[in-house]
Ligand binder design. Sequence first.
Ligand code: PLP
Length: 396
Amino acid sequence: MTLNANEYKYANPVQRILMGPGPSEIPPRVLRAMAAPCVGYLDPYFLSVMDETQKLLRYLFQTGNELTLPMTGTGMAGMEACLVNMLEPGDEAVICVHGAFGGRMCEIVERLGCKLIRVDGEWGRKTDPEAVRKAVKGKSPKLLAVVHAETSTGVCQPLEDLAGIAKEAGALFMVDMVTSLGGLDIAVDRSKIDVAYSGTQKCISCPPGLTPLTFSEAAMQVLKKRKTLVPNWYLDMSMVKNYWNSERKYHHTAPINMMYGILEALRIISEEGLETRFARHILNHRALVAGIEAMGLKMLVPESERLPTLNTVVVPQGVEDLKVRKALLEEFGIEIGGGLGALAGKIWRIGLMGHSSTRRNVLLFLSALQSILKVQGVKIGGGALEAAEDIYRKAA
Ligand SMILES: Cc1ncc(COP(=O)(O)O)c(C=O)c1O
């Protein structure tokens, strides 16, 4: 059989420089690992893949939690898995909302028939712990949840105060780590997090398809003592765990080649080392911001609340958001994201996650943006590359 030109195009996707809100670029080692022969889900070789993956995931989450595994599905499956396993109808749940993903948590909580205590903050700013304290007063929530790295706004939420509020209220502390795990120093045990989930396609730099999860001992007790069955069969961790522990009981067929991918991505992370990896993400973020500000453009988020893995830049007055993003993609092969919800058309979202967080990408992006804005007649300051290089020089 021969492919016609059109079919051939779809069998051979274009190569992009991925600097959007995810996926990030995938190291060739991960792609090669995923192309290995498929084996059975109980093959002794695959069981060793599972064991090594769990060990490395505990290292990455910085936790000793027994129940730490990559669940089938993307980040949204992780969010849903955490909420459906921890909550039962009538439970109170506090959700901090300072962007799009906090809003999604609220939708799930309501679908579960729980009492939602929603704490809304300004998009582009962190959640104020005092507002949460006030909302919790006199209530007895079972869970308090927040997004650590709000991909929709570029805000990094400090966790210490919120963890304290959750503990004082006797609630489980749940954190969305989709855009931070593997890029930022967030330690599940140190931060007193009970339930957390992430995604593979951001700072872990593996294709989308798995959602690393971790449940503390307290979370496991809550699961064990449920009065009702977990309403979602597929995401019921009391069953899923029995495939990952020594029982090796079939629940669903593991996505074998995705597991090869995440294992290789985790090995790459451990070879680099967490400290070096976190420092790399911060350095590239600082260089990008220096270049952006040298051009006279503005970051959406105040410096102390910025998320190094996802940078939000305000689209300058009179500049067409989409025209710039189209030129970046078509002329330079660079993907960045636009704003969501109320921020649509108002910001650019520039990801520096995992394998995409490099000096090469920062300098390439700055020179491409500079060139596009000049061609479109936008007045910008000069010296973006020099400002970024200066950051690298000083850090060397
Ligand atoms: C903070 C956050 N939470 C959850 C999700 C949902 O993840 P997914 O799109 O992999 O289902 C995303 C995706 O961008 C995210 O950025």
